[in-house]
Design a protein around this ligand. Structure first.
Ligand SMILES: [Zn+2]
Length: 443
């Protein structure tokens, strides 16, 4: 994390108040602590003024992740990126004029990812030298072809590893693979929509976690996304070893499995989103053995972002309306079905709860925690990212959930009891049940 030397100012207290935030702001913690946002913001401004635009961009990017609604941070980040792009373009052109094509193109590639639009000078210069955009990077035509071949080989390898049999067709878009035994006619529009959903989920997932340093390398990173959609219920039951769900991500097989019936209905988006997010957490974020509350809370909050009519994720991760209803009616604070943070974080294995109401209560309350951490200002978001960082340490295990939470809170001068109180307040602030919609998707 960035600088923590910046002086504390009182205007941060204008943010939505919660006990957690107040306690965190009051704590005298170090660089990774509650003043992380302020540290990153001020450090970013300082670096920007000094002309170190790359470092300014990193610092301001972190500050934006911690407080996405802060206008000044966003603006400063945009300005730093625009200035960096200008500089790289100028240096790139100068290098090419000097005859150093390699260095010039390298600068232009870095400039190209910082702006939008195809009429930009760096984009046109790159195109002249056979470079094109490939999944967020600017690559030489030959490199693109090599990567596409590698993706095709990878797809064949995954097909073999999943051992699905000949009747399963593969519909691949880059490194996202959908395997299905549905008939062409009924399934093609669906795979099209599902590919769009996967691509937009990947973007939103990457955006949320852009603040994190690249985590420890895992065998799964870069392995692509695999989704299997079964036509027959019994095949799904056999593959997923589950009779009471419609979708499941199986880390050992590295794929998300779904049974969507003979015709894929439109309203199964929540299940699809949920199980693909589990896969992204595992493969992209490197959450191999996360505590269930964090894993499930995240997946449910991504459901809450909603899916637009175009099949793309429509908003930010948030508590879904049906979960808010459950929290108001079935398991409100103070009721016997309210778990509290200690019990949520202490749960190691969700399987014994499958098929019971308790699993739905757990999902709703875990989602409330994630929602609360994402929505209650920079100190809470910083805690959220710190918890994700802990969960993706190679030595992390689900049974460390409570211990890791306690340690992270202690570092920030607060405790589980305080987070608990903030959660009760968050639940009590939820919209009344009758305004919150209804219906609970299976997961
Ligand atoms: Zn789940």
């Amino acid at each position: 994390m960035g600088d923590s030397r910046a002086p504390m100012t009182s205007w941060r207290l204008c943010l939505p108040s919660s006990l957690l935030l107040a306690a965190a702001l009051a704590a005298e913690d170090g660089a990774s602590g509650p003043r992380a946002w302020e540290g990153c913001y001020r450090e970013g401004l300082r670096l920007k003024a000094s002309g170190d635009l790359e470092a300014a961009r990193r610092s301001l990017g972190k500050a934006t992740a911690l407080d996405p609604r802060h206008e000044g941070t966003r603006r400063a980040l945009e300005e730093a990126e625009a200035a960096l792009r200008e500089r790289l373009l100028g240096e790139g052109k100068a290098s090419i004029e000097r005859g150093d094509l390699r260095a010039g193109l390298e600068r232009l590639r870095r400039a190209a990812v910082l702006g939008r639009g195809s009429d930009r000078e760096e984009v046109q210069l790159l195109a002249k030298h056979s470079y094109r955009e490939h999944r967020g990077e600017w690559l030489h035509r030959d490199e693109v072809v090599a990567r596409e071949k590698a993706e095709e080989r990878q797809a064949s390898a995954r097909r073999a590893a999943l051992a699905l049999g000949e009747r399963f067709r593969l519909d691949r878009r880059e490194d996202a693979r959908i395997f299905t035994d549905h008939d062409d006619g009924e399934v093609l529009p669906f795979t099209e929509r599902l590919h769009r959903l996967i691509a937009s989920l990947r973007r939103e997932h990457a955006r949320l976690f852009a603040y994190l340093e690249p985590g420890p390398a895992t065998a799964e990173r870069g392995a692509g996304i695999d989704v299997v959609v079964f036509r027959r219920r019994e095949d799904y039951f056999e593959a997923a070893a589950s009779t009471d769900t419609l979708g499941m991500f199986l880390p050992r097989r590295g794929a998300s499995f779904f049974y969507l019936g003979d015709r894929a209905p439109a309203d199964l988006s929540p299940v699809l989103v949920h199980e693909v997010v589990h896969q992204l957490d595992f493969k992209v974020l490197g959450l191999r053995y996360p505590p269930p509350w964090l894993e499930e809370g995240l997946a449910v909050c991504f459901e809450g972002a909603g899916v637009g009519p175009d099949g793309r994720i429509a908003g930010e991760p948030a508590l879904p309306a049906d979960q808010a209803t459950r929290l108001r009616t079935a398991c409100p604070p103070g009721s016997p079905r309210w778990w509290g943070m200690g019990r949520l974080a202490g749960l190691v294995d969700l399987r014994p709860l499958q098929g019971t109401e308790a699993v739905h209560d757990f999902h709703a309350q875990a989602a409330l925690v994630v929602h609360h951490l994402l929505e209650s200002g920079p100190a809470a978001r910083e805690l959220f990212f710190a918890l994700v960082e802990r969960a993706r340490r190679p030595e992390a295990r689900p049974e460390h959930g409570l211990r890791d939470l306690e340690a992270a809170l202690r570092e920030r001068g607060t405790a589980v009891e305080e987070l608990d109180r903030a959660l009760v307040q968050a639940a009590e602030r939820l919209a009344p049940a009758e305004e919150a919609g209804s219906g609970a998707p299976a997961r």
